[in-house]
Design a protein around this ligand. Sequence first.
Ligand SMILES: NC(=O)c1ccc[n+]([C@@H]2O[C@H](COP(=O)([O-])OP(=O)(O)OC[C@H]3O[C@@H](n4cnc5c(N)ncnc54)[C@H](OP(=O)(O)O)[C@@H]3O)[C@@H](O)[C@H]2O)c1
Length: 380
Amino acid sequence: MKNDGVTKGSVALLGLGTMGRVLAERLLDAGHPVTVWNRTPGRDTALVERGARRAETVREAVTAATTIVTCLFDHASVRETLEPVGADLTGRTLVDLTTTTPNEARWLGGWAEERGIEHLDGAIMATPSMIGAPEASLLYSGSAEAFGRHRTLFEVWGSATYDGADHGAASLFDLALLSGMYTMFTGFAHGAAMVTSAGVTAEEFAHRSARLLSAMTGVFPMTAKVIDEGDYTGPGQSLEWTATALDTIARASAEQGVSPGPIEMTRALVLAQIEAGYGNENSDRIYEELRAGCPGDPRRGEGPGRAARSSGPHRAGSPPDRPRATSPLPRGPMLEGGCPGFSHTEGDTPWPRFSWSPTTSPGPTPPVPGSPAPGCGWPP
Ligand SMILES: NC(=O)c1ccc[n+]([C@@H]2O[C@H](COP(=O)([O-])OP(=O)(O)OC[C@H]3O[C@@H](n4cnc5c(N)ncnc54)[C@H](OP(=O)(O)O)[C@@H]3O)[C@@H](O)[C@H]2O)c1
């Protein structure tokens, strides 16, 4: 590991946003020599007062430390910041805590390897106020050696988990976990919109919602078992039943003048699997629809969802000739005075369907040899 006369254990932190500043504070608390840099000057004042060294340039920062931590806005900002100083990073350890996709992390891992830079990708499963507290958790993947050497340092921020040598692994877990978080908050906001439309406070709703959702997480292991075994014929809520339930929720939402968007998202997955002939099977089967890939993706169907469709109604251990759903999906009329903009036509969906497409681009990321291709035409 390159030393260049810099103090062992010294850290350069690039990016003093909401998260970066707290990461730097905890390092200072733990007695690490810290050099800080931020694109916009002035964000380091409190840190410098506490003993951090100010770097005027990225090069000055990276050459002042053996370990370089980036906590920037996105992958594009990491590249913009690091590419001009690639040669200066040689022989040092780069830990990127910026939220990026797995392929972006793999790209950075490959870029680092070409320059003799040890690389770890990190994912912060915490808010800034949690950093340093026991509930904060950070995931890392990439160089095992670098993880082992830095583990004590990482633990000043929170628990440190090593997810393996694949540079994209920490990011994959991060974003998979965040998918659940974002959709849960969206569901909560949707429920809150429904009850507040009737004069109930969101605070009152929050208590009830938290109780139900906490209890529901206890079902995850059973759902996981069904998914892992690929058998959706056991007991549980059928797709047909679920479609009716979702339809009722969506109509209730529209009656209250509230967009049923989050319900429509789930409903689209359920309907697709019913249309493929699995209406009597367990609603956990929406997993297969997700694995089948994105509409329009040339790789759609490579996942188990399509494999299950093409080989019959079941993937494992069930008769191939189960009855298929033929009845039209239950759809009720919307009440007058319902959600403005959502008109109902008999036989048609009573609310607009979502069409998902990315709205921002992180810029071109060269493909990483041996890594999965980006899905859904993303990046474009
Ligand atoms: N905040 C959280 O709760 C949280 C939780 C987990 C993970 N994270 C991740 O941590 C990272 C930082 O989050 P944050 O909350 O600190 O964001 P933030 O407050 O918006 O800070 C973004 C940082 O990136 C810098 N930056 C943006 N574009 C840049 C560019 N082109 N070149 C150089 N620097 C650039 C900003 O510099 P300027 O000051 O010059 O704009 C700032 O230092 C993100 O990837 C985020 O997803 C955040």
